[in-house]
Design a protein around this ligand. Structure first.
Ligand code: SAH
Length: 395
C-alpha cells in the first residue's frame, strides 16, 4: 500500500524548515485519500517538494513528523532510530552505568519519534504510546529493542492504555526473555539507591525517572535538616534526603499505595531512618498539621494537561507555593516543580512570585531545574520541556 500524500498550504512549510515536528490541521491544503487516524503520511509542498514523513491524526495537531524527508519506514528504519537513542544514552554514561540502571531510553520528539516513550528498568523496557500512530507500531518497537539490546533485554511491557486514553487498548507484555518472572518484584538502582518498581499497577511507567538529578541536588541541601516531601509517590526525594543526613523526613501522598511504597523504599536503603509518612491530601495536610520545616519539596502531578485547564493550574501552583512559604523556616529551602507541559516556565515562575508576595516572604532563586539528559528536548520543539523547577531560598 502506497503512503498517502498531504499537501501543505503555501507558506506553511516554513515551520518545518525550522524543524518543528508538528503540523496543525489549518496548514493542510489537501489530504490525499482520507488517511486514517495514526496512518503514516508523506508531507509535500504544493510544488511536490518533499517536507517530511509523520503520523496523521484527527486532532488539532494533524501530523507529527518523525523525519524531515520523505521516507518509507521499514523495521530496519525503526530499529536504527531506537539504536541511535541507545547509543546516545551510552555516550552520556547512563546505559551501562554501575550506579543507575533506570532511565528514559526514548523520549518522543526529543529522540525523533513523537508519541513514543520507552523507559528502561534494569533490563525491562516499558513502552508508553501517546498516539495511534506509535501504538500501531508497538510490536515493531519491541522487535527493535530486541535487535538493539540483545541479552540485556529481559522484557518489554506495553503500558499505553492510559496514555492513549482509549477503550480497547490493554496493557500487556510484548516480550519476555527466558527466565523472566513477571510476578517477581523488580528493584532498580538510581544513583546507588534501591527502588522497588511496579510498572503494571504503578503510576505512569512505574517511577518518576525525570527527577533523578533533582533528587541528588536535594540531598546536598538536606544534611541536618527537617524535610517535608509533598506528593512523594515512591519516596524518591525522601530516600535521598535521609541518606544525606536529614534529621527527619515527612512524606505525604494522597495515595495509600504510594505512601506504602515510599516506606518500603526508605527501608530498602536505610536502617532506622527518622521517616514518617502520611496518606493525605497535601492541602489538608498543610491545614491540619501545623509544623514548620527547613526544606520543603513540592512536586505535584501535572495540574494542567490541556490548555483549557491552564488558568486553574496556575491558581493551584500559587496556592500550593503559598502554603510552603508560610511553613518554611527562616533561611529555609523550597524545591518547587511543575510538570504541566502547557504551563510555561514564565507562567510557573509568575505563580511562585505571586505566592511569595501573598506569604509575605522574601524569596531568592538559587537554581533553575529541568529534565535530566535522558529526557532530551529538541531545540526546535520547546513544548518538549515539560519539567520546570526552582530551588528557592526563603529569608
Ligand atoms: N515526587 C514524586 C512524583 C510525584 S507524582 C517522585 O519523585 O517520584 C505526583 C503524586 O502526587 C502522585 O503520587 C499522586 O498520588 C499524588 N497526589 C496527587 N494529588 C494529590 C493531593 N492533592 N495530595 C497529595 N498527593 C497527591
Amino acid at each position: 500500500m502506497s503512503i498517502k500524500q498531504i499537501i501543505l498550504k503555501h507558506g506553511k512549510e516554513e515551520a518545518l524548515k525550522r524543524r518543528h515536528p508538528w503540523i496543525f490541521s489549518g496548514a493542510i491544503f489537501k489530504a490525499e485519500g482520507n488517511p486514517d487516524n495514526g496512518e503514516i503520511v508523506h508531507v509535500v509542498t504544493g510544488k511536490n517538494e518533499p517536507l517530511g514523513t509523520g503520523f496523521y491524526s484527527r486532532g488539532s495537531i494533524a501530523i507529527r513528523l518523525f523525519e524531515f524527508d520523505v521516507v518509507d519506514p521499514t523495521a530496519k528504519y525503526w530499529s536504527a532510530k531506537i539504536g541511535k537513542a541507545i547509543d546516545f544514552r551510552k555516550s552520556i554514561g547512563l546505559y551501562g552505568s554501575k550506579v543507575t540502571n533506570v532511565f528514559r531510553l526514548f523520549n518522543a520528539e526529543g529522540d525523533g519519534i513523537p508519541g513514543l516513550i520507552i523507559d528502561f528498568y534494569n533490563g525491562v523496557a516499558v513502552i508508553q504510546c501517546h498516539t495511534h500512530g506509535t501504538y500501531a507500531l508497538r510490536n515493531e518497537f519491541a522487535e527493535a529493542l530486541k535487535d538493539n539490546l540483545g541479552k540485556d533485554l529481559k522484557a518489554v511491557y506495553d503500558k499505553s492504555a492510559e496514555s492513549l486514553g482509549e477503550e480497547g487498548a490493554e496493557n500487556s507484555y510484548l516480550y519476555q526473555a527466558k527466565g523472566f518472572n513477571p510476578e517477581e518484584v523488580q528493584t532498580v538502582t538510581e544513583n546507588g539507591f534501591q527502588f522497588a518498581i511496579d510498572w503494571v499497577s504503578g503510576q505512569k511507567t512505574g517511577f518518576f525517572i525525570d527527577q533523578r538529578d533533582n533528587r541528588k541536588l536535594l540531598g546536598e541541601y538536606s544534611k541536618g535538616k527537617k524535610v517535608l516531601n509533598t506528593f512523594c509517590y515512591t519516596g524518591g526525594f525522601s530516600v535521598y534526603a535521609l541518606a544525606a543526613g536529614a534529621t527527619l523526613v515527612h512524606s505525604v501522598d494522597s495515595s495509600l499505595k504510594a505512601v506504602e511504597l515510599a516506606d518500603h523504599n526508605v527501608e530498602l536503603n536505610l536502617k532506622d531512618a527518622n521517616h514518617e509518612s502520611f496518606s493525605d491530601d497535601v492541602f489538608s495536610f498543610f491545614k491540619n498539621y501545623p509544623e514548620t520545616y527547613d526544606v520543603i519539596v513540592l512536586d505535584p502531578p501535572a495540574f494542567a494537561k490541556h490548555m483549557n485547564a491552564r488558568h486553574s493550574a496556575i491558581i493551584a501552583y500559587k496556592r500550593l507555593n503559598t502554603e510552603a512559604f508560610k511553613r518554611v523556616n527562616k533561611g529555609g529551602i523550597v524545591f518547587s516543580f511543575s510538570c504541566s507541559g502547557v504551563v510555561t516556565r514564565e507562567l510557573f515562575e509568575g505563580a511562585v512570585t505571586a505566592a511569595a508576595i501573598e506569604a509575605g516572604r522574601n524569596v531568592r532563586v538559587l537554581t533553575r531545574l529541568g529534565q535530566p539528559a535522558c529526557h532530551p528536548v529538541s531545540i526546535f520543539h520547546s513544548e518538549g520541556e515539560y519539567l520546570k523547577g526552582l530551588v528557592l531560598y526563603v529569608e
